[in-house]
Design a protein around this ligand. Structure first.
Ligand SMILES: [Zn+2]
Length: 434
């Protein structure tokens, strides 16, 4: 019998090219080497019994700000600019440091694993420390270092950020879990010169460009006033889309802007909860789908969401789009699950390695318990995932072939310690704000 590292047995496997079926997955050196109905073929170091569980690709969260975890619930129910300028920015200015980012990211990475996320695409500062926390938890990460025109955190200017990204890119080049990306914050915080520099560096190092785009109507109006172009047209005029772009939000794209994204294979991170809660607005994605723009799901940061549940995002997004389009057939359950997994993988340029159960891909998988009152009866696992189940039903998580959550317990960190630390920082933040 062939020796392998991990065998997942007897799970209800969700693959995207056949019907769900009960089977096994053989995993070695971080990759899926076979899946199907084989028996007594492998001698596995570790066996995960997935009887009465769905086994599926882990979720890919394509837009978040993980180091903002300790700001969850700090200030809510406020207009965006007031929320940022009176609450978030003063606390960030006081607290942002390498240690804060490492601790807060660790909390956020833990929370993501609990929500079935096996890869996340971040936009923040001190990516090196977030990388440490991601590795400690065992989650895959693409870390977009934020680029802005004015001094932030530990950088005096954008050139320092570009130098940092270059350094981090070589530091993590051969790391199995970590990639860096370039994240110009938005067209209203990043001027023409830095947007072009960001694009040129992304081309040179072949990195993803991760940008907030067309999040509010105000952004569109301001852009038209300043540049006489809509936001995506403005970026296009700078050659921004010559490199792979992931646009977060992208709610207010008109026909011409949608064509720009489609023609350049840019992807969108949909952040429905954040858009609803901040009243940034929402619009139909029907024409985006028609044009074949690659869609993915982001949670945005917990400071604005306030949770990291992809299951909640896909449920909400599907229902909101059905209502907006007066069409219950739009974004059916199976498509929503694919958007949250393989759509995310494609958005990050990782479709060859993650996002589906296929031989040769990285074993980034989750198990979802279906042996409970809420889950039964089960006719269609895709519908159950989108309309019925919650993150509490996600029991196990495997990233790069390693089990990082078993029976809802994180394997690599002490959860009680994370809770203590969150309470410690909460007190410090309260003291500062008083
Ligand atoms: Zn964001």
């Amino acid at each position: 019998m062939q020796k392998i590292e991990l065998l997942i047995k007897n799970g209800l496997l969700l693959t995207y090219d056949k019907k769900p079926f009960i089977g096994n997955i053989a995993i070695d050196k971080g990759r899926i080497i076979e899946f199907g109905n084989f028996r007594n073929k492998y001698d596995a170091q570790e066996i995960l019994d997935a009887t009465n569980k769905i086994v599926m690709p882990g979720f890919v969260n394509t837009h978040t700000h993980v180091a903002m975890s300790y700001f969850k619930g700090m200030a809510d129910d406020l207009p965006l600019m007031e929320w940022l300028s009176k609450h978030i920015w003063p606390v960030e200015n006081n607290f942002l440091s390498a240690d804060f980012v490492r601790d807060s990211s660790l909390h956020g990475c833990a929370e993501m694993i609990k929500n079935g996320i096996t890869t996340f695409n971040d936009m923040y500062f001190f990516g090196d420390q977030t990388a440490e926390s991601a590795q400690e938890i065992g989650i895959r990460a693409v870390l977009g270092e934020g680029v802005l025109d004015y001094p932030v955190a530990n950088y005096k200017n954008a050139d320092e950020i570009f130098a940092y990204i270059t350094k981090m890119n070589s530091k993590y080049k051969d790391n199995a879990l970590i990639d860096f990306a370039i994240a110009p914050h938005a067209i209203y915080t990043c001027g023409k010169e830095n947007l072009i520099k960001a694009k040129e560096l992304a081309q040179k190092l072949d990195l993803l460009l991760h940008v907030h785009l067309s999040e509010t109507k105000q952004e569109v109006a301001d852009c038209l006033k300043r540049h006489n172009l809509r936001p995506a047209e403005y970026l296009d005029s700078l050659g921004f889309f010559e490199q792979r772009v992931l646009a977060a939000h992208a709610i207010w794209l008109d026909e011409r802007e949608q064509n720009i994204l489609a023609e350049n294979n840019a992807s969108i991170a949909i952040n429905t909860s954040s858009n609803l809660k901040l009243a940034s607005g929402f619009d139909s994605f029907a024409s985006y789908l028609e044009k074949g723009i690659n869609l993915s799901i982001g949670t945005d940061g917990v400071a604005s969401n306030n949770n990291l549940s992809i299951l909640e995002e896909i449920s909400l997004t599907s229902k909101l789009q059905k209502a907006l389009n007066d069409d219950p057939t739009i974004l059916p359950a199976r498509q929503m699950v694919e958007i949250a997994t393989s759509g995310g993988a494609k958005a990050l340029g990782k479709e060859k390695n993650i996002g589906s159960i296929e031989v040769g891909k990285n074993a980034d998988l989750i198990c979802v318990d279906i042996n409970n009152i809420q889950s039964q009866p089960l006719y269609n696992p895709f519908a159950q995932l989108v309309y019925t189940l919650t993150s509490e039903n996600i029991t196990d998580s495997i990233v790069n072939g390693k089990i990082v959550m078993k029976d809802r317990e994180l394997v690599n960190v002490d959860e009680a310690e994370l809770i203590d630390k969150a309470q410690y920082y909460k007190q410090k933040i309260i003291d500062f704000r008083n």
